[in-house]
Design a protein around this ligand. Structure first.
Ligand code: CP
Ligand code: NVA
Length: 308
């Protein structure tokens, strides 16, 4: 069964094929209203459950629209409204949902909810973000980089800020797509060793550099994310902001990178915190393409999951 649980758990040739197919599907739709169907309808007759235990704008809308463009139907479920949030086990939920739907996408807190769902479901399961990883985001990010600058292999990506779930999936992608990654942030917020080790074992150069200006030298891509993720305690907000302030991506920092370095952010962004509006809205920022490409990349992910 083709579950899409994480980038490091997916064959690199399959990842490459998904990115390429996403590009082709995007091309084929150029200029069409969003609500029109694709020419081919690979999800015709398929029902997709979209489960959210955390808030979402992009993931929710892009999956929903993507399924419909491919001819399928969606069912949006919020964790709190399901029996899942009131004591029914994940395994039982997975078994039941498998009798009704053809594909499950879930955004949740603890990674074990995702893995247990996949273990007990008879249909493919997609990771729509957990506390630890966000693989769909990074598929869109790789696609976006390559759309603007060609192959990401051998490039230098700099992650500035918190070594969080999105950073983890970037490290997985470094290993699978063959690029290098420099993390710049405070030691308390380093990415977990497991993610760094995966990328290094795959042959990528992973560097930890505390000085942000030094970190971005020769960078091809600079990436930021929120300083307080959905799973972080709000009580830690001030402490995290104090630690992370030196890692804000601003025009002065961008000026230290290669002149054509791109800027990405998975969004939602907190303007003037992790990134300034000058950078977000500046000429090197590709954040809107990045957001759009969630749609195209995930359509390819869903086709891969269903083998259609
Ligand atoms: N980037 C991302 O996953 O956004 P949402 O939280 O809005 O889905
Ligand atoms: N790191 C962020 C990403 C949101 C898409 C979070 O988990 O809240």
């Amino acid at each position: 069964m083709n579950h899409f649980l994480d980038i490091h758990k997916t064959d690199p040739a399959d990842l490459r094929a998904m990115i390429d197919q996403a590009g082709q599907m995007k091309q084929a739709r150029q200029g069409r209203p969003k609500g029109t169907a694709d020419d081919d309808q690979p999800l015709k007759g398929r029902m997709v459950a979209l489960i959210f235990e955390k808030p979402s704008t992009r993931t929710r809308v892009s999956f929903d629209v993507g399924v419909r463009q491919m001819g399928g139907e969606t069912m949006l479920l919020s964790g709190g409204d399901m029996q899942l949030g009131h004591g029914e086990t994940i395994a039982d939920t997975a078994r039941v949902l498998s009798r009704y739907v053809d594909l499950i996408m879930i955004r949740t807190f603890d990674e074990t909810v995702l893995t247990e769902m996949a273990e007990y479901a008879d249909v493919p399961v997609i990771n729509g973000l957990t506390d630890r990883t966000h693989p769909c985001q990074i598929m869109a990010d790789v696609m976006t980089y390559e759309e603007h600058r060609g192959s990401i292999a051998g490039r230098k990506v700099v992650w500035a800020g918190d070594g969080n779930n999105v950073c983890a999936s970037f490290l997985h992608a470094a290993g699978q797509f063959g690029f290098d990654l420099t993390f710049t942030g405070p030691p308390q917020l380093d990415p977990e060793a497991e993610f760094v080790d995966f990328a290094r074992n795959m042959g990528s150069t992973i560097t930890i550099e505390r000085d942000a200006a030094r970190a971005v030298q020769d960078a091809d891509l600079i990436v930021a994310d929120t300083w307080v993720s959905m799973h972080d305690a709000q009580s830690a907000r001030e402490r995290r902001h104090n630690m992370l302030r030196p890692y804000q991506v601003n025009a002065a920092l961008m000026a230290q990178a290669k002149p054509d370095a791109l800027f990405m952010h998975c969004l939602p962004a907190h303007r003037e915190e992790e990134v300034t509006s000058e950078v977000m809205d500046g000429p090197n920022s590709v954040i809107w393409d990045e957001a759009e490409n969630r749609l195209h990349a995930q359509k390819a992910v869903m086709r891969w999951c269903l083998g259609v």
